[in-house]
Design a protein around this ligand. Structure first.
Ligand code: G3P
Ligand code: MG
Length: 255
């Protein structure tokens, strides 16, 4: 397990924030083109258990298709246009597999926060498969290619992260919350987490201090204001995840 936080201070939310279609290779390339070195994205399973990138349970909002992702085979998902909804420039951009994303991160030198985002009722299998796939795919690249930054697994789903712990015990884990609950300590200890990820809206200086005192690192999302990002870092937040990758550049929060 990691003893110090090796990740950059800024993470590009869903690949390229709001500058590109979320959870696509074009998003990763957009983030990298602005110099970002750390990306967050959402991974789930198709009906035939292919790990791929999508935020919602359905493909409706972010593609030209319709329906529940959990009931579609990856071949159907791959045929959808997940780029045009953002901008015509991205027409034909697919929902990539986790394997394609791993290769792209390697090519671009990006560290990854793989958020395990199970479709309803698929927590355990999603955690197990996405965890194992992440370990396998990033390990293929070799430790040097990771430059000391192994993929960081996170999830709002306790059950998914628990399953990922079993299938990928060597990867660091972060438990995700919107509002940090009273039993954050018990939950993160039980999962042997290195980090706690929370909505910045519900963080304050005293809470950050308590979490840090417990030996956890903190990732705060989704921070789109530079002054707010600086305030969070001054409190001790380790990484800020942003949609405004143009406004909060890769070095914007360096000391
Ligand atoms: O992992 C941080 C953030 O991505 C969690 O929220 O809904 O954007 O996946 P969401
Ligand atoms: Mg996410």
């Amino acid at each position: 397990m990691i003893k110090s936080w090796p990740y950059p201070r800024v993470a590009a939310h869903r690949g390229g924030g709001t500058l590109a279609p979320e959870n696509t290779l074009a998003g990763l390339r957009t983030g990298a083109s602005l110099g970002h070195k750390f990306v967050e994205f959402d991974a789930k399973l198709s009906a035939d258990n292919v790990a791929f990138l999508l935020h919602d349970d359905t493909v409706n909002r972010t593609s030209n298709g319709h329906g529940a992702a959990a009931s579609m085979h990856y071949a159907e998902l791959a045929a959808l246009d997940a780029g045009s909804w953002r901008d015509a420039r991205f027409a034909g951009e697919p929902m990539p597999t986790l394997a394609q994303v791993a290769a792209c991160c390697r090519e671009l030198g990006l560290a990854a926060n793989v958020e395990i985002k199970p479709c309803a009722g698929r927590d355990v299998e999603t955690g197990r498969i996405v965890g194992a796939e992440t370990a396998r795919l990033w390990m293929q690249a070799g430790k040097e290619a990771q430059a000391g930054m192994p993929p960081l697994l996170s999830s709002f789903s306790y059950a998914a992260l628990e399953a990922a712990r079993l299938s990928a015990p060597d990867l660091p884990r972060g438990l995700l919350f919107e509002r940090v609950p009273a039993d954050w300590r018990e939950q993160t200890v039980a999962l042997d987490c290195v980090s706690l990820h929370a909505s910045h809206r519900h963080l304050d200086e005293a809470l950050v201090e308590r979490i840090k005192s417990a030996g956890l690192f903190i990732l705060a999302y989704t921070v789109n204001d530079l002054d707010r990002a600086r305030q969070l870092v001054s409190w001790g937040v380790d990484t800020v995840c942003t949609d405004r990758i143009d406004l909060i550049g890769p070095r914007a929060l360096d000391a």
